[in-house]
Write a protein that binds this ligand. Structure first.
Ligand SMILES: Cc1ncc(COP(=O)(O)O)c(C=O)c1O
Length: 452
């Protein structure tokens, strides 16, 4: 009997007892290979002594001081650390408690800058279909998955002015006669059409995950996509907000995933890999030029949270970021990520139900289909993603399968995002368990099909 409101109500969750490196263990002594870092969170693995020590030291010094009275050493140092490594033009950062607050912070800062620079009519946001930006009512309104939106739509009504363009998803949307780069341009130009449809003077910002994560399974942008997006945003005075809550802080082999796309956005939201799961923390980074508008204007942030720049969270995140740099984890991420894709390709590249293996760094998605030639997804009723997760868990592996890949309702993929410390041997183990799990899942589905 539990008094918790769990994610699934009729499910017995084992109790986690410990974690070390790429593994977690439950109170029954069963060990799990953490092949998804939870939800792409555990960037440096579990139980790193340097981070534990930093948290303890900060707790000894001061756990909390309200930001209306004080700044703190770990918050200042973490801000310096991130700004020194951020894309060109970024000069300021606000620390919040997670990914949703980071993305909402980015939207609110965008709006505030427009208001204070004399363009208060800019209040419309454009996002992409099949995206995830967070679990608050505002973000469900902006980009909630279809089943979630169905529940909450009557609550938010016209709450946020927004519209959508299709995602940059070459596997399903690129035409046969198009190159990847041509497709990238076409996908980006959907933004221009939407800006013109809404009225350029009304659009505040465009929000996109740099590498699309949980909803379509680690899909990197087509070559040139973000350069064209940047050009379009600049042309119409629209802010480019990149959501790197999942893809950022090393997950793709770069601290800021957008660095690979050669553009500098207006705002960046980060979270999961920032604190690596050691403390709940997110951040929104803002260009200096935009900060200056606010500094010369109201001089105040128009919104707050009680736990802004929490000292314990900042101390943990700073220690995590130092580990990433000291242990060369960005290079390990790139090398092990290439190995992971290569081994999956060798073992499953020709599998009749594996249609696409993709991603950047240790952020890898595997799209599963009923028919490889037509790319037809499995019927939703077969619950392929859910079944895969169950079998993987039974096999001692944590991974992140999701349904709705193809259009928000049907389609299945599995996301892999192991800690950046993973070794080649552990990659082999992961691929072995993945293959076994896939075959068991498909066998179960086939059996169900025969009996139903
Ligand atoms: C891309 C993206 N943005 C935002 C969020 C929301 O983050 P949080 O769950 O920490 O609020 C998530 C969470 O999965 C995410 O993947």
């Amino acid at each position: 009997m539990t008094h918790l409101i769990n994610r699934a109500f009729n499910h017995d969750y084992p109790t986690v007892a410990g974690g070390k490196g790429v593994r977690l263990v439950d109170t029954n002594g069963k060990s799990y290979l953490d092949a998804s870092g939870g939800a792409a969170v555990s960037s440096i693995g579990h139980g790193h002594p340097k981070v534990v020590a930093a948290i303890k030291q900060q707790a000894d010094e001061v756990a909390y001081a309200h930001t209306s009275f004080f700044t703190s050493k770990p918050a200042e140092e973490l801000a310096d650390w991130l700004i020194a490594r951020a894309p060109e033009g970024f000069g300021r950062v606000a620390f919040v408690s997670g990914g949703s607050e980071a993305v909402e912070g980015a939207l609110k800062l965008t709006r505030q800058v427009h208001v204070e620079r004399g363009e208060p009519q800019r209040s419309h946001f454009i996002a992409r279909q099949q995206s995830y930006h967070g679990g608050t009512i505002g973000l469900i309104a902006l980009a909630g998955p279809k089943p979630t939106r169905t529940v909450f739509e009557p609550v938010f009504g016209d709450g946020i002015s927004m519209s959508h363009i299709p995602p940059c998803y070459a596997f399903r949307n690129k035409r046969e006669d198009e190159s990847e780069a041509d497709y990238g341009l076409r996908a980006a130009r959907a933004l221009e059409e939407e800006i013109l449809r809404v009225g350029p003077e009304k659009v505040a910002g465009f929000v996109a995950e740099t590498v699309s994560g949980s909803t379509i399974g680690c899909v990197p942008p087509a070559p040139g996509y973000f350069k064209e997006i940047r050009r379009i945003c600049d042309k119409y005075g629209v802010f480019l907000i990149v959501d790197e809550v999942m893809a950022g802080m090393g997950r793709t082999g770069h601290l800021f995933a957008i660095a690979e796309d050669g553009v500098s956005p207006d705002l960046i939201a980060i979270a999961k890999g920032l604190g690596g799961g050691y403390q709940p923390i997110g951040a929104v980074l803002l260009r200096s030029a935009h900060y200056d508008v606010l500094a010369k204007g109201s001089g105040n942030l128009a919104w707050t949270h009680t736990y802004l720049a929490h000292p314990m969270a900042c101390a943990a995140a700073l220690a995590v970021q130092k580990v990433i740099e000291e242990e060369g984890l960005l290079a390990n991420c790139r090398a092990r990520g290439a190995e992971l894709k290569e081994r999956l390709q060798q073992r499953l590249g020709q599998h009749p139900h594996v249609a696409d293996i993709r991603g950047r760094g240790l952020f890898v998605g595997i799209e599963l289909v009923a028919d490889r030639t037509t790319k037809a997804p499995f019927p939703r009723a077969k619950k392929v993603a859910e079944n895969f997760k169950k079998h993987a868990f039974a096999n001692g592996m944590l991974c992140y399968p999701t349904g709705g890949t193809a259009d928000g309702i049907v389609g299945d993929h599995v996301m892999l995002a192991p800690p950046l410390i993973i070794t080649s041997e552990e990659i082999n183990e992961l691929v072995d368990i993945f293959e076994r799990t896939l075959n068991e899942t498909l066998a179960k589905i086939e059996k169900q099909g025969k009996t139903s």
